[in-house]
Design a protein around this ligand. Sequence first.
Ligand code: SF4
Length: 101
Amino acid sequence: MPHVVTDNCQRCRFTDCVTHCPVQCFHADDERVYIDPEVCIDCSACVPICPVQAIYDSLDLPDAYAHELVINAQRSHLLPVISAHLPPLPTAESRRAELGL
Ligand code: SF4
């Protein structure tokens, strides 16, 4: 089962995760990142790296985030691969504070 990015990433997009992924399965738009479930090898390297705890193994995915399985699959196939770190979005720190992290 693949790993999944949740909407904790929304308005953050710290992208620390993408430099730890051995198979380049992250894709990004202007607001967040997504994991391609067909490429993810479930190594979990990205999970502890995320400053806003946005990434889950799909086996541990809370029910509230179940819809993210489809969102990650669909969006990752429409967006370019991102493998280099980007500056966090201007809203990243306020979003992290909002999440209590
Ligand atoms: Fe990449 Fe591993 Fe995270 Fe999958 S679990 S997105 S392969 S770092």
